[in-house]
Design a protein around this ligand. Structure first.
Ligand SMILES: C[S@@+](CC[C@H](N)C(=O)[O-])C[C@H]1O[C@@H](n2cnc3c(N)ncnc32)[C@H](O)[C@@H]1O
Length: 224
């Protein structure tokens, strides 16, 4: 997926993926991650998710990486409203950085963010990764590089990963289908890939039924 595709989506506010509430799977399974209060959570391709605000509310430092400055401006406002956290925004080369109390937001290409950059910002190897609608936002050709890059930012992080799976022949992404086998393959070197939940969502997602699908499965994994 090209950057222009996503910038265009944000300019038109065609953001059907955005939830108006904290993700239910995050609320349900966050205790399984067993994160300590001060742990940093890395949220790749974060959009303007309320999940990031909720994670900060739990006492975690949060790092969000997102192409769209529109999304991060909104997220900065949400953090201000919900937590009274003011972010200082600064344009630095190809990126826009937003820095505040326990928060780092980076508007720019995820693949250009390095472990060194995070360390320079005081966020060395985040302890936890939270991926909701990130790997599934990327086409097959990018997902191995995505996972490799994610692990380069924090090789031993625990990860809460939420995927979607359906018959990709019946509909093109995003969101893209990511099978159980693919997750196992990407995380073959992990100590453990534990599937916490598999849920059929087709009855709650009529727009996907209208697009010809008869199954739309969400899976939640804890990867260690
Ligand atoms: C499906 S949305 C999910 C957003 C968020 N995780 C959520 O749950 O609402 C995918 C997001 O990834 C962002 N994105 C896509 N490619 C990216 C890249 N290479 N670097 C940073 N962000 C990217 C898009 O702008 C979009 O906001």
């Amino acid at each position: 997926m090209q950057a222009d595709f996503w910038h265009d989506k944000w300019e038109r506010m065609e953001i059907g993926f955005h939830l108006q509430e904290v993700n239910k799977a995050l609320l349900k399974y966050w205790p399984s991650v067993d994160a300590a209060a001060g742990d940093t959570v890395l949220i790749p391709l974060c959009g303007k998710t309320l999940d990031l605000v909720w994670l900060r509310q739990q006492g975690h430092a949060v790092v969000g990486i997102e192409l769209s400055e529109i999304a991060l401006d909104e997220l900065a406002s949400l953090l201000q409203e919900a937590l009274d956290i003011s972010l200082i925004k600064s344009r630095e080369g190809d990126r826009v950085m937003y820095r505040g109390d326990g928060v780092l937001l980076i508007a720019g290409d995820f693949f250009a963010v390095t472990a060194e950059l995070l360390a320079d910002e005081g966020f060395v190897a985040p302890a936890v990764i939270y991926d909701r609608a990130a790997i599934v936002a990327l086409p097959d050709s990018m997902r191995a590089d995505y996972t490799k890059h994610l692990l380069s930012l924090s090789p031993s992080a625990r990860q809460l990963l939420i995927t979607l799976d359906y018959d990709q022949k019946k509909r093109s992404g995003p969101p893209f289908a990511v099978s159980d086998a693919e997750v196992e393959q990407h995380y073959a070197t992990a100590k453990q890939v534990q599937r916490l939940e598999e849920r059929e969502l087709i009855d709650q997602e009529p727009r996907f039924r209208e697009q010809g699908l008869d199954s739309f499965i969400q899976r939640v994994y804890l990867i260690e």
